[in-house]
Design a protein around this ligand. Structure first.
Ligand code: V47
Length: 381
């Protein structure tokens, strides 16, 4: 049988080739086409226009600094109510975070830290000295800290504007803000899944302020729960418009919903095809984003490798051998805790691409680059 292209894709491909931004209807057509092969081909063509044959990864340390959280998002299995479940609480001291980061040496280019809305930890008094300490001891490491939800929480508690809080964080060395907290911007859906969290307008305002002050950031989308396809495409369009107003997003990261242990468990798991479609649609909709990230921890390393043929050009970070990611592990991910950089390079090369080591802001490094001194500072905890 002769294989024919879905005719609905032809006009969209023409627009992409001409650099014309896609509409909400185009996004829905891409999501609904049965022609998954041409969808992948179009996304791959766009990926290769952006980053050629390169696929990026970062040597990373990943830390969840506390699971105490007062936001009570319906999709979250990680957060703990410190009064109802006191026995399950962890709250690292600044010394513990510092020691954890250096546990496996100093040869990494990014430290990624996120935690809950914890009134005892989420304050400038805790974070600013710790950030300065990192910068002093590890000048080659970029600080990829917080999400916009955590920044809004700190701004509120310190009675600061977004402009003021970003200035404080930047002065202590903030290089990049993680893309979490975006969830789904569409108001009706957002109200149902995370009513107590930063709203869509503030999430976007915080990222735009970060960019104005020269701090880079990422953006995520949580998909595969109660949202509609319209909500997903609308989310991408709001990000594209925000990038237009105040550029500074590096990567878009689709986060597949994980159902174990949370109130939305009856939504189940996303399918492999839904994951691949989402990478491809994002690559085609977000024409002003340089990177689409397939984070092995989330869709699993096998789907993420295939995603390199559906528009993704980044596999995120190695994680250190003693890292313990908890957001996804508490929600049922089957991904392990650790992938080393040799494995990343093999997966990327097998897919026909060239692995490139990066930092948070996509400066490139030889794969065997090492910082001048790798001696970890001894810290008592
Ligand atoms: O905002 C929480 C998500 C996010 C679940 O910037 C869940 O490179 C799926 O910020 N199922 C935080 N997702 C993680 C985050 C992140 C992740 C990867 C890369 C980057 C980056 C940032 O985790 C939250 C929420 O959307 N999340 N629970 C769950 N059950």
């Amino acid at each position: 049988m002769l294989y024919t292209m879905d005719p609905a894709l032809r006009a969209i491909e023409h627009k992409v080739d001409e650099g014309i931004p896609l509409s909400l209807d185009d996004g829905l057509t891409l999501y609904r086409t049965p022609d998954i092969h041409n969808l992948g081909r179009m996304a791959r063509k766009q990926k290769e226009r952006k980053s050629g044959k390169k696929v990026f990864y970062v040597l990373n340390r990943y830390i969840n600094s506390t699971n105490v959280c007062y936001a009570h998002c319906k999709f979250c299995s990680f957060a703990v109510d410190e009064f109802k479940e006191a026995g399950n609480v962890f709250r690292m001291t600044a010394d513990q975070v510092f020691a954890k980061a250096l546990e496996t040496g100093a040869n990494f280019n990014q430290i990624h830290i996120v935690g809950g809305h914890d009134p005892r930890q989420l304050s400038l008094d805790y974070w600013l000295p710790l950030m300065r300490r990192f910068k002093e001891r590890l000048p080659h490491v970029q600080l990829s800290l917080f999400t916009a939800a955590e920044i809004e929480y700190m701004a509120k508690r310190h009675r600061m504007s977004f402009e003021q809080i970003v200035r404080e964080l930047k002065s202590a060395g903030l290089d990049n803000v993680n893309g979490g907290g975006a969830e789904i911007f569409a108001e009706e859906t957002r109200k149902k899944i995370c009513p107590n969290k930063v709203n869509a307008a503030n999430w976007l305002s915080i990222h735009e302020e970060l960019h104005r002050q020269g701090v880079a950031s990422n953006a995520t989308m949580l998909y595969g729960h109660i949202e509609s396809l319209e909500d997903r495409v609308d989310h991408m369009l709001r990000l594209r418009e925000s990038q237009q107003r105040s550029p500074g997003f590096n990567a878009f990261i689709p986060l597949a919903f994980h159902p174990d242990g949370n109130e939305l468990n009856d939504c189940g798991w996303t399918s492999g095809l839904d994951d691949l479609r989402t990478f491809a649609v994002a690559r085609l909709m977000l024409d002003n984003f340089d990177h689409v990230k397939a984070y092995w921890m989330i869709q699993g390393i096998k789907v993420c490798q295939v995603a390199l043929h559906f528009g993704a050009d980044d596999m995120d970070g190695t994680h250190g051998s003693t890292d313990e990611e908890m957001i996804y592990h508490s929600a049922g991910t089957q991904s392990g805790q650790y992938v080393d950089d040799r494995e990343f390079r093999r997966l990327i090369e097998d897919a026909g691409y060239v692995p490139v080591r990066r930092n948070s802001t996509y400066d490139e490094f030889p794969h065997d680059w090492a910082p001048p001194s790798q001696q970890p500072e001894l810290v008592s905890v």
